[in-house]
Design a protein around this ligand. Sequence first.
Ligand code: PLP
Length: 387
Amino acid sequence: MSDPLLHFRAEFPILARTNYLISNSLGAMPRGVYDALHSYADTWATRGVRAWEERWWMLSLQVGNEIGALMNASVNSVSVHQNVTTCQAVVASCFDFSGPRNKIVYDDLNFPSVMYFWQAQQKVGARVHMVTTDDGITVPTDRLLEAIDEETLLVPVSHVIFRSAYIQDAKAIVDKAHKVGAHVVLDTFQSLGTVPVDVQALNVDFACGGVLKWLCGGPGVAYLYVHPDLADKLEPKLTGWFAHQDSMAFETGPIRYTDPPFRFMNGTTHIPSLEACRPGLKVIGEVGIEKIREKSRRQTARLIELADRHDWRVNSPRDSNQRGGTVSIDMPDSQQICRELLAREILVDWRPRAGVRFSPHFYNTDEEVDAAITAVEGILKDRRVAV
Ligand SMILES: Cc1ncc(COP(=O)(O)O)c(C=O)c1O
């Protein structure tokens, strides 16, 4: 059966040399990045400081809109930052934790950096309530919803869990949060690019993520969507001259906030990363997330089928409606297996309490998926002989 998505393989040089199954960590680099960075260097070299006025100042707005288009965000609702942790800090800085509504609710399958950030906010009055997973794969939605109450200010949770690829019921979380007057900060790092995300349909307050995984945009760019109904009212304390109504006036005194998305930014933007991420965003837009999702469901199901043949523990949901783009498999001695796969140019990663994470993307062939598992079988077989 021919796979039209394989047409895009030629755009990604590393696919000719490796079996690249690690888009949950770092998406493959599109060849267009060479030109994007060359052109960045040319602009800097030839236009010098005029580049700010001619291109760089508005680049963050443009890139924010390109990311926003992939998640049905309205125009100018997405600001760009360096990483998700910074996005959390910008959101936190819009609120005050000194009153009775100071509870932060999340689950222990959240990405650790996000938890470290919110735990640290306890020093300035935040109260963290962490719901624990029963099986290490899924989040107990009922208990999470129950924990969101009238004292809850924010609910910073992952849309797709990094360890297991479990898809949280974001709509139920947003609905409960809104019912009691709380706001949801949805981390879409592990969803956007492989699982459809529609911020308007979810009616989510904030959504953030980075572009380096499923969006093939490289390190250095994260995004923060703020619901337009909220955006004009919020006043981030983590702010700077890019958020000023008249940056070039260099006024003294307190900030006068400009409109979103610049309102949520602060200092000088990360131009090389912004230039480098655009080819990835373009390819993802061209391929289409619905098509990516359809293929991902098939290839991740195949990984589970193959793991089951050996009774290897699968630490990802079996129901594809609850499963994102990764299958975590904890076969015997999985950490060492991961190292041996890397030595064979099969790129995957290993995480504690997850196992080896296999993450096929639209550019992977079915043969590559099978070959990765065949390689694991071979490594385990050789060991049994050697013992
Ligand atoms: C769900 C999720 N959130 C956040 C991060 C990273 O956060 P940051 O951009 O702050 O490094 C990752 C992975 O790197 C992740 O998988």
